[in-house]
Write a protein that binds this ligand. Structure first.
Ligand code: RIB
Ligand code: CA
Length: 321
């Protein structure tokens, strides 16, 4: 089993990625670290705990990072994910005293220094990873693999014409992380995630399956569907973060190339991920950016991993993709 730490800002699509990863028999989620992004860290920790409780996996420890990006104020995405960060299902649950087991930066530092078989799955702003680098500039090179959902290459941004949310929230952290890795970070940008749409067909399937996990996914994505229709006239909702888990499980889902990534830190293009395709700056390859994805193959893996008992009906649904 691949051992992973998921650094996330749950967040509706982060929650789907957590379910996907934890339900996979090929992954061992050894810890969840919360970064500020879609919601403030305390709310992110509560939402992560709600997912763990749904799955009966409260054994997985949750750690929290700081509530501020490395240099600027936090701008959340609660307009997209709901005030509670989970589509305003406003599910009240009994929170145990200590759902937060400690500080995210200390946990990542300690774990990477103790075990060289850990992959880091970054589904939010890179603030926590940047703070790890500030304490030990070489430690990310001890990770087996780093995959980040973020950036936009040849597609428009979702926070401005050019900027994707995770990298727009904390652009300085993007550069601190990408300048301190010797092995390219695998990037899952909007170019591929925009093609991963949980369509009405798939959502109806979740509703008809009518089990606690399928109904939870159906309920938390309602708000997201309304947002996507209002914002981009998309019927359904783009689920960015689960594609990172799919790619971790099967890299053939995507295709891409090696290049150099730098993030714009100020001005109108703040948060833009500059990919040096022309080799203008002759810099090191610090990114493997993915630009193509097989959507149908992703959804087969997504549904078959989360709902293995429904494999037979999956085929019918997926044919109707
Ligand atoms: O731009 C999409 C990304 O920003 C996703 O990870 C979403 O959860 C938010 O963090
Ligand atoms: Ca996220």
């Amino acid at each position: 089993m691949k051992k992973i730490i998921i650094d996330c800002d749950p967040g509706i699509d982060d929650a789907l990625a957590l379910i996907f990863a934890i339900k996979s028999t090929k992954l061992n989620v050894i810890g969840i670290t919360i970064c500020a992004g879609n919601v403030p860290v305390e709310l992110g920790a509560i939402n992560a705990y709600k997912v763990l409780k749904l799955l009966g996996r409260e054994d997985i420890p949750i750690y929290c990072g700081d509530n501020l990006p490395i240099k600027r104020e936090l701008i959340t995405a609660q307009d997209t994910h709901g005030i509670d960060g989970l589509g305003e299902i406003l599910q009240e649950i009994e929170l145990p005293e200590n759902i937060i087991k400690g500080n995210a930066i200390d946990y990542i530092l300690k774990t990477l220094n103790e075990d060289d078989q850990i992959s880091i799955i970054a589904l939010g702003p890179l603030t926590n990873l940047a703070k790890v680098v500030k304490q030990d500039s070489n430690v990310l090179n001890k990770a087996k693999k780093i995959i980040s959902m973020g950036g936009a290459f040849q597609t428009n941004g979702n926070c401005s014409q050019v900027a994707e949310f995770n990298y727009w929230v904390d652009p300085e952290s993007v550069n601190i992380v990408f300048e301190n890795v010797k092995t390219p970070i695998h990037l899952i940008p909007l170019d591929v995630t925009r093609k991963i749409v949980l369509t009405p067909n798939y959502r109806e399937y979740l509703k008809q399956m009518n089990n606690p996990i399928s109904i939870f996914i159906y309920n938390i994505t309602n708000f997201y569907v309304d947002f996507h229709w209002k914002q981009e006239k998309i019927l359904g909702c783009v689920i960015n973060d689960p594609l990172v888990i799919g790619y971790l499980l099967d890299e053939t889902l995507c295709e891409g190339f090696l290049s150099h990534l730098e993030c714009v830190e100020d001005g109108k293009a703040i948060g833009q991920s500059l990919i040096d395709v022309g080799g203008f700056y002759n810099r090191n390859n610090n990114v493997h950016i993915n630009t193509k994805v097989n959507q149908k193959k992703f959804f087969e893996l997504f549904f078959n991993t989360i709902f293995p008992e429904n494999i037979k009906t999956n085929t019918i649904v997926l044919e109707g993709y």
